[in-house]
Design a protein around this ligand. Structure first.
Ligand code: 6R9
Length: 666
């Protein structure tokens, strides 16, 4: 049985939620009387048209009863940007630091107050409006971790445009596909950025992507706005003499960021948005086909982001909060941008990597900014564990109070290292389980209120009612393991997939009518804590990045030598999972190092460096069922180095197993 860790006095002292009983009472109220529960936080925000009572939430989760829908606070009108900026400035936080920006190079840093951020956002909003971008238009963002990225997202929110951020580690193909799918009118980027000593040629990738959007998807992106970032930061590697040699410039579509904002007024009236109007979309991998454009709306997302941040990080006025996630992922959207700002918090925004210029960069920043809450991913923790304790111990990190984790299950060894070494045995750890689709944390511990166990995600957040179902869709009450689902919505859950409501219904609501299915397995233990046991669909989670097997397989089979490909996840000590690929070859093709190399490069190039496979093995044939389905269960065992394949009664041709064992990659 896993050991229980209780919150220490260091955390409990002055906490806003100090006991488990209080958590339980509030959780019960959040389910029994949702409107009353949320009213306190609703009242803190500005509503241009006030919500009407009795209209708090309506939904249908049962696909057999008609269309799936979720609506919160229908009839209310507000603007998220106004609430996270103007409201704070009006409440006297104008001079408060919104972000400390720490660049890739330690000598590059700056800070911005709420008042200044509001001015920049208004100017950029006016710039967008001048160029005919307005409510409902899609704005693609392919940017590094710089303040303009936040400015751009908030400007979209201010004028009602839907931002669609694409992580700046994605390839031009991936960017082209995403921009075309959402029909982006404009793309915002930077000339480039440093990650460690590596130069990211962002504008160049954008040029490729716009070209591919045109030729492959017949979609024209009308304008590309570029932040000249490289000229203002310290070079961390080789650069051409003239930065303009890094990319092409096309006066018809390219615009400098400063030309957009120059001369613009620092006042910009917000677009008042209905509660259910879209705020942003963000692509996430699907187990089949193209990426899914998860759509979040206005009022519910804002409330939920604000509430989770406040309780899960136990946020207080003077805190310095730091989430290391990139804004290209949902964690960056909710917990770098919207949630901290909704709480008038001061955050650190970090452009670089944990390893540059040294492996103690995180800890030196914790010391530098006196960080109180630190939020990162297990893959980073595991990578940092290798470098030994002295990297942590030589920094004063007594400011820390809450440590948090996200992206994948955290193994108990990493949890204990985080707890003991980083947190000096006195900070709480919040292992936050959630998804792009859930908008904010759904299962987590709450610092001073709930006990913790290394590796357990913990308890449901307010408004969240997790239900574990068995294979037949029967609820497992009490202890047990099964599919993690939810029978009712909370304010922050996604509303649809952009332009494809049918797919939304099929993917999330078909398997168990009446329930939103997360695609994760979960176990409830004897203390009512929930453990996430991993994906149940064909998804891969490499260093916290979700990918579908079919996405990678599609890229491998683009090489004409490959006839068929199957990809499985293999546990990896640092990355959580790594990709192990099986390929069968076409007539006349030979399996050699050159092929393996070029396949690895192809995946990197087409999807992104984070997707690069660790192993590619030759397969004379793939194990299939009689209906032609690849039996990944068998492939996973081969990848693991096991010899016993378990039940193979449904396998069409059992002889493939001996062959697969023979060619196993090392
Ligand atoms: C926020 C985010 C979602 C998937 C999710 C699950 C895995 C995330 C986790 C976790 C165990 C945690 N996941 N947090 N598994 N414990 N604390 O990561 O969103 O990129 O959409 O990924 O990540 O498998 O379903 P997203």
């Amino acid at each position: 049985m896993a050991q229980i860790y209780l919150p220490t006095d260091h955390v409990a002292d002055r906490s806003r939620l100090p006991s488990f009983e209080q958590y339980q009472d509030m959780h019960k109220m959040s389910l029994d009387e949702p409107e009353a529960f949320w009213s306190e936080i609703i009242n803190e925000f500005h509503w241009q048209t006030h919500p009407t009572r009795g209209n708090f939430m309506s939904y249908n989760f049962d696909i057999n009863k008609g269309n799936i829908f979720v609506k919160f606070m229908e009839g209310a009108m507000t603007n998220v940007c106004f609430n996270v900026l103007d409201k704070n400035v009006r409440n006297g936080h104008g001079d408060k630091i919104a972000f400390y920006w720490e660049g890739n190079h330690p000598e590059d840093y700056s800070r911005i107050t709420y008042a200044k951020l509001m001015e920049l956002v208004c100017q950029f909003s006016n710039g967008l409006r001048d160029r005919n971008i307005g409510k409902g238009d899609r704005v693609a963002i392919y940017m590094p971790m710089i303040l303009e990225t936040v400015v751009c997202m908030l400007a979209c929110a201010r004028i009602g445009a839907i931002h669609s951020v694409v992580f700046a580690g994605f390839s031009s193909d991936s960017l082209a596909e995403r921009m075309s799918d959402c029909k982006a009118k404009v793309l915002v980027t930077a000339d480039g950025a440093w990650r460690g000593t590596k130069l990211l040629n962002l504008k160049d990738t954008c040029d490729d992507a716009m070209e591919k959007a045109k030729t492959k998807y017949n979609h024209t992106v009308g304008m590309c706005i570029v932040v000249p970032h490289l000229e203002r930061v310290t070079a961390c590697g080789k650069l051409p003499h003239d930065l303009r040699d890094l990319y092409k410039w096309n006066d018809d579509i390219d615009v400098w960021w400063h030309d957009m904002v120059e001369g613009q007024s620092t006042i910009c009236p917000p677009e008042w948005m209905a509660a259910e109007d879209p705020l942003f979309m963000l692509y996430t991998s699907g187990s089949t086909g193209k990426p899914k454009g998860v759509l979040h709306t206005t009022a519910g997302y804002m409330l939920y982001a604000a509430a989770t941040f406040r309780y899960v990080f136990d946020h207080r006025d003077k805190d310095i909060y730091w989430c290391t996630a990139d804004v290209g992922w949902i964690t960056g959207h909710t917990y770098v941008v919207y949630a901290p700002l909704a709480n008038a918090a001061t955050s650190v925004m970090f452009e670089g990597t944990p390893f540059f210029p040294d492996n103690d960069r995180y800890w030196s920043c914790v010391e530098k900014y006196k960080v109180t809450q630190f939020y990162t991913a297990p893959t980073a923790i595991r990578a940092l564990m290798k470098f030994g304790e002295h990297n942590v111990k030589r920094h004063n990190m007594t400011s820390l109070r809450v440590l948090a984790s996200v992206g994948e299950p955290i193994n108990s060894e990493a949890w204990l290292w985080y707890y003991k070494l980083v947190g000096s045995n006195r900070c709480s750890i919040a292992d936050t389980f959630w998804q792009t689709e859930t908008g904010g944390h759904v299962i987590t511990s709450i610092p001073a209120a709930t006990p913790m166990k290394p590796g357990a995600a913990g308890y449901p957040f307010f408004g969240v009612d997790p239900i574990i179902l068995d294979n037949d869709g029967k609820e497992i009450k009490g202890e047990g393991e099964g599919f993690l689902t939810f029978a009712r919505p909370w304010p922050g859950i996604m509303r649809t997939l952009f332009g494809d409501h049918d797919r939304y219904q099929e993917v999330y609501f078909r398997r168990f009518p009446g329930y939103y299915c997360t695609g994760d397995g979960a176990r409830r233990d004897e203390d009512g804590m929930i453990w996430i046991t991993g994906r149940i669909d064909d998804m891969l989670n490499v260093s916290g990045h979700l990918m579908s097997t079919s996405e990678v397989e599609g890229v491998l089979t683009e090489d004409l030598r490959v006839a068929e490909a199957a990809v499985v996840a293999k546990p990896h000590p640092l990355k959580g999972e790594s990709l192990y690929c099986f390929v069968t070859l076409g007539e006349g093709a030979t399996f050699n190092d050159e092929l393996v190399d070029s396949l690895k490069k192809r995946v990197r190039h087409r999807i992104g460096a984070f997707a690069a496979p660790d192993a590619i093995q030759y397969a004379p044939g793939l194990p299939k069922t009689r209906s032609g389905k690849i039996m990944r269960r068998i492939l996973r065992r081969i990848a693991l180095g096991e010899n016993d394949m378990g039940d193979i009664s449904t396998l069409t041709d059992p002889s493939v197993i001996a062959q697969l064992l023979k060619y196993r990659a090392t």
